[in-house]
Design a protein around this ligand. Structure first.
Ligand SMILES: *Cc1c(COP(=O)(O)O)cnc(C)c1O
Length: 353
């Protein structure tokens, strides 16, 4: 830190991303990426678009928004593309919160919400999850504050039915309700179609977790035309060329790879069920995760110790050193082979004691 950093930023604690090792031989189960490569059509689209890199990308992402709108049954004016969901969520917080308009969010949820509140001077209204990490929707009724809910939630993996989210939107008619659906493609129902019904509902999805494109940085925000116009206002005031040419081309191609998308999601869900049972057999306690990760507590060894021991054996998982999550590990669902490597490492560690 230099002496030039602004006083307001001195106290800010940034988000710590999961480790991205440069050595490739780790079994990487720490950042919820897809364990599968992108479909060939996406690779080809990126290669072809690279030839046009001397030109700026379309700042309005017209083709991509048209394709996404058709895919989700919306109009292009109800869709905005961003540099990952992170950017869309940040734009939403900038648009719908400020010093006097707080953000309500769960205590155990995606860590970036709190970090952005710090950066943007947004007061936080932190609503604790229940003892078993479930979210009681009634706690979100009549708040009169901007709300963000990750559904399924991270790192717990627990999901609410869209009807509960609809009731939250209805019970906060003068506030925006943001639903972060980063993990919705692994077997839960989306709230996207409800944006036609609730003009205060903003749904955010990403190509990072279920579409093999974490490295491309692409997310879409969907909501009423008014909400999307508000996001556009922020986007065009910061970085109108926020989605690069290759990523726009990749996104359009990815939306045409429905078969590959469904098959890879299915495989992740199948491996999730199998791996959850295998962990339970080893004495782990798990939440009912609907995402592409498992959230597991080990009764036989402190989670921090287990995390470190796995790392020494070349297996990366995620550990969150916070009061309610300190006993838990978040383990990305990889391929069957990756999960077998995890279990081999776990068995060796637990045997050593
Ligand atoms: C991964 C994740 C994001 C960020 O997604 P990107 O599109 O990669 O920026 C946002 N929210 C949640 C809950 C996530 O898990």
């Amino acid at each position: 830190m230099s002496r030039y950093l602004s006083d307001t930023l001195r106290g800010l604690r940034p988000y710590t991303p999961g480790e991205q090792p440069r050595r490739r031989n780790y079994v990487k189960l720490n950042t919820n990426e897809s364990p599968y490569p992108p479909p060939t059509a996406v690779v080809r689209a990126v290669e072809a678009e690279a030839r046009n890199l001397q030109l700026y990308p379309d700042p309005e992402c017209r083709e991509l928004r048209k394709a996404a709108a058709a895919y989700y049954g919306l109009e292009p004016g109800q869709v905005m593309a961003g540099n990952g969901s992170d950017e869309n969520l940040f734009f939403a917080l900038r648009a719908f919160c400020d010093e006097t308009r707080p953000l309500a969010h769960a205590d155990v949820t995606y860590g970036c919400y709190a970090v952005w509140c710090g950066l943007l001077h947004i007061p936080e209204h932190i609503i604790p999850l229940e003892e078993d990490f479930t979210l009681d929707p009634l706690r979100y009724h009549g708040l009169n504050e901007t709300i963000v809910i990750a559904n399924p939630n991270a790192p717990t993996g627990l999901a609410l039915p869209p009807e509960d989210i609809g009731q939250i939107a209805a019970a906060n008619p003068d506030s925006v309700v943001i639903v972060d659906e980063a993990y919705v493609d692994f077997g839960t129902r989306s709230c996207v179609s409800m944006v036609r019904q609730y003009d205060n509902l903003l749904v955010v999805q990403t190509c990072s977790k279920s579409r093999q494109m974490a490295g491309a940085r692409l997310g879409v925000a969907m909501g009423s035309k008014g909400l999307i116009a508000d996001l556009e206002q922020v986007r065009n005031s910061l970085n109108p060329y926020n989605v690069n040419r290759m990523t726009q081309a990749a996104g359009i191609a990815a939306l045409q790879c429905g078969g590959y998308f469904r098959e890879t999601c299915r495989q992740v869900m199948e491996t999730r069920g199998w791996a959850a049972a295998a962990l339970a057999r080893r004495g782990f306690v798990l939440t009912n995760s609907r995402a592409n990760f498992l959230f597991a507590r080990c009764e036989r060894m402190p989670a921090a110790q287990l995390y470190a021991a796995l790392r020494r054996r070349g297996v990366l998982v995620r550990y969150f050193d916070a009061p309610r999550t300190a006993d838990w590990l978040r383990i990305t669902v990889g391929t069957r082979e990756q999960m077998e490597a995890l279990f081999a490492a776990l068995d060796a560690i637990l045997k050593e004691g």
